[in-house]
Ligand binder design. Structure first.
Ligand code: AMP
Ligand code: MG
Length: 800
């Protein structure tokens, strides 16, 4: 259509047979609307009858023309009236987000018209009757019921509690404009508040109130509202309203009787999408139906199909029990529920392979040392430690610790350079029955002091030259003081006396309130982790897996245990080597590494340093989001690549994915004896494909935070879904969603925790500390990446 020149209406008649035609009418929306169409067919019938019987047509005189309406509207909808209308609408929309974020399958094209897809919606006569009965009982219109159902659907899909859904309204509430041909229609944004988990009945009452208010203020042209609200400019999305819901009366819509002629609607394929999702229904005598039209640029047909399934389930449940709260309405069809909650979490493997099989890492190590006593367990610059010697020396240390009063339930601090004593202290502590508390050489002294004061280890294993880094009065055992402090102890095996539920280690991570928090990992979960990893990859005799991570970070756990529990070698690399891409790449060749675990940041560093890979090496990656680009660069450099995901609170890793050459990056599926649930803020599962908080259950879940019962209760909560008595879930604060097939896709954080070179940082912790600095009144910290790869923490301070 050319709006300057017209015509804005075209009509064609296609003859299919003598008595069968298609009448094809194409009109620009600027000159017509729904009511105009009905008027058109009605008047056409009058004209046709008159023409075919040779009479003069008799159409009623029009009391007004569209231009009269336009002139009147322009004059009336101005000044005070316009202001009142705008004020009213803006007040209604206050606090409602500008966008409804439905879970998209693909990134949105920047702008332009969207390709559309359509699915037929159909509610049969039983459901239609029930829906009508519900509307009647609740004093609402059927449209209001449909709107409340669709709002529930959009709320479930998006996780948003306040959403704006559009509808179209005839806007012809003066008799003189009833028969006028033209565009009167207005788009009404319905701001629907679904917060507080109301019963469906209550939501319906809210929708009713919104609708009545909106109808009473429908005269405001939508464009004026958009102008006034100045919503964020995003050319790829409709302003204010991205979804549309409508229910029209099919009787008036399709009725058309002319003498000698029968009219029937004819479906026209239309491949545009005006909205992200449009549910445009008609009410027939015994059914409700119509298209669900979706934006096919961003949604797959299967996704739209799932939306529709969910609409049906929601409708069934709501008409059956309108007293049910929104969280009690189903998020899945029964089949999808079984698949997502049960099948995709079916990771159970026996925690003990058979009676008598070693259980804790201490027992696993003893068995391995007996199998390969002479093999090199650990190596470093100019030293190596075989299995027998490591076993023997850690027995001595365990005895020494016992004499210092250490045993099950106690903690031993480890504050050491990366020397041959490091593995001895880890194993020796575990053999004594105690748990270790790693202290990082690179941390500020205050942080160490805080940890020591809170955790109160019986003793700290350290070296003479490091003493100045520990608070005055710390009880220490120096491992390098003149003569060997373990010389007098027996190297015979010692029973640890630890229970699988006793702590194995306590690792501190950043805390949002300004205080780091210690995660307590028992022997049982550590052992499960080791076994779970061994099902995915093994580090056995002939393998070398270098240790490059500080032991204060639980990423170190696989490096520390997998080789030495499997007969492999752990080359212990220095901090300087691990931090430098060139040195690290060189070291991997020098130690003949066959397995490497590192963060995406470390891999990037190596790639920048020109690392060409090692074909015999398995690459393990985790702790931060992997990108497709990084995956593509790494895949050719080794014999395989894994992406691992997990927080310290569920023992290192909870999901794993063997990276594939094509398709979106995933964090995979839960590892052995692990369950993943994606939950909403009410702790109900989100629909398949929607983003939810990752909540982790199963064997990996930590005991909690050391000496922080309230924080523990907040993040470690009873598991309502597994049906296992006493089971708990850890709420990670991570967001993710399922891809069809059950692969998990990580989609960021629900809070202000960030990762910087793999290190977990609560920005709130830094902000809290900055506010304590005299003169600083407010502080905000951001992780900025102004240039790709150049991440910096940036603090903004208000002084005074
Ligand atoms: P940490 O407790 O230090 O291991 O940090 C755990 C957090 O790191 C998780 O909650 C995620 O936010 C993030 N994370 C770990 N692994 C991955 C991964 N493979 N992809 C994306 N984020 C990850
Ligand atoms: Mg981790």
């Amino acid at each position: 259509f050319s709006l300057e020149q017209g015509p804005l209406l075209r009509l064609a008649l296609v003859r299919l047979a003598d008595r069968s035609h298609i009448c094809w009418l194409s009109v620009h929306h600027i000159v017509n609307d729904w009511v105009s169409f009905q008027t058109f067919w009605r008047e056409l019938a009058v004209l046709y009858d008159a023409f075919s019987s040779g009479r003069a047509p008799r159409l009623p005189e029009l009391p007004a023309q569209y231009s009269d309406f336009a002139a009147w509207q322009r004059e009336w909808m101005s000044g005070e009236v316009l202001k009142d209308y705008l004020d009213w609408w803006q007040q209604q929309l206050e606090g409602f987000p500008r966008f409804l974020d439905l879970p998209e399958d693909r990134p949105r094209p920047a702008s332009g018209t969207a390709k559309g897809g359509r699915l037929p919606v159909r509610m049969d006569s039983r459901l239609t009757d029930e829906l009508r009965a519900l509307a009647q009982r609740e004093g609402a219109t059927r449209f209001m019921v449909v709107m409340a159902l669709c709002a529930t659907l959009f709320h479930r899909l998006s996780g948003q509690e306040r959403i704006v859904v559009g509808t179209l309204n005839a806007n012809r509430n003066r008799p003189e404009i009833e028969p006028v041909f033209g565009y009167f229609l207005t788009q009404l944004p319905f701001p629907i508040d679904l917060s507080g988990d109301p019963p469906f009945r209550e939501l319906l009452a809210r929708v009713r109130k919104v609708a009545l208010g909106a109808y009473a203020h429908q005269e405001l042209p939508f464009g004026k509202l958009v102008e006034a609200m100045q919503p964020e400019r995003d050319l790829s999305r409709q302003p204010l309203v991205q979804t549309l819901v409508q229910l029209l009366d099919a009787q008036t819509a399709f009725a058309g009787e002319m003498s000698e002629l029968q009219l029937q609607p004819f479906e026209v394929e239309d491949d545009n999408a005006r909205y992200d999702v449009m549910i445009a229904l008609y009410e027939f005598e015994h059914a409700i139906g119509g298209p669900l039209e979706y934006n096919a640029d961003v949604f797959d047909a299967t996704t739209a199909g799932r939306m529709l399934d969910l609409l049906y389930c929601t409708t069934e449940a709501a008409v059956k029990d309108p007293g049910a709260r929104l969280s009690e309405l189903p998020a899945f069809s029964e089949a999808a529920r079984q698949q997502v909650l049960v099948e995709w979490n079916d990771t159970w493997v026996p925690a003990l392979t058979s009676a008598g099989e070693p259980e804790t890492v201490v027992e696993l190590f003893a068995a391995q040392a007996a199998r390969t006593p002479a093999a090199v367990a650990w190596s470093g610059d100019g030293w190596s430690l075989d299995y027998a010697r490591l076993d023997e020396r850690s027995n001595r240390l365990a005895r020494r610790l016992r004499r210092l009063g250490v045993g099950p339930g106690e903690l031993v601090g480890i504050y050491l350079e990366r020397t041959a004593e490091l593995p001895v202290t880890l194993l020796g502590t575990l053999k004594s029955g105690a748990a270790y508390l790693p202290l990082d050489l690179a941390h500020p002294a205050e942080r160490r002091a805080f940890m020591l004061e809170e955790a109160r280890p019986v003793v700290v294993l350290t070296q003479e030259h490091l003493l100045s880094g520990l608070p005055e009065g710390t009880r220490t055992l120096l491992l390098d003081a003149g003569s060997d402090p373990l010389a007098d102890e027996s190297g015979e095996p010692i029973a640890s006396g630890a229970d699988p539920e006793d702590r194995a280690y306590v690792i501190y991570t950043s805390g949002s309130t300004g205080r780091p928090k210690g995660v307590e990992i028992p022997h049982r979960t550590l052992a499960n982790f080791v076994r779970a990893m061994r099902r995915l990859y093994t580090v056995g005799e002939g393998d070398a897996m270098p240790a490059i991570t500080t032991i204060a970070f639980d990423l170190s756990v696989p490096e520390l245990y997998l080789p030495m529990l499997g007969g492999g070698t752990t080359p212990l690399l220095t901090r300087e080597t691990a931090a430098d891409g060139v040195l690290l790449a060189r070291a991997l060749d020098a130690v003949h590494a066959t397995v490497l675990q590192a963060t995406p940041a470390t891999y990037r560093q190596m790639l920048e340093a020109g690392w060409a890979g090692r074909p015999e090496m398995l690459l393990l990656c985790g702790a931060e989001a992997m990108s497709r680009d990084l995956a593509d660069r790494l895949l050719p450099l080794g014999r395989g690549l894994w992406n691992f995901y997990g927080p310290t609170e569920t023992t290192v890793w909870s999901t794993a994915w063997r990276v594939e050459a094509e398709g979106p990056i995933s964090v995979g599926r839960p590892i052995a004896n692990t369950r993943i649930y994606l939950l909403d803020s009410r702790f109900s599962p989100v629909p398949l494909g929607s983003i939810g908080e990752v909540c982790i259950g199963g064997e990996g879940v930590a005991r909690g935070y050391f000496r922080r019962p309230e924080l523990t209760a907040e993040r470690f909560v009873p598991d309502p879904l597994s049906g296992e008595p006493g089971a708990r879930l850890y709420r990670t604060g991570d967001l993710a969603r399922y891809r069809p097939g059950g692969l998990l896709e990580y989609s960021g954080r629900a809070d202000h925790q960030v990762k910087l070179r793999g290190f977990r940082i609560e920005l709130g912790e830094i902000e809290a500390r900055l506010r304590q600095v005299p003169g600083v009144s407010e502080a905000v910290v951001l992780l900025r990446e102004d240039r790709p790869g150049d991440q910096r923490l940036t603090a903004y301070l208000a002084v005074g």
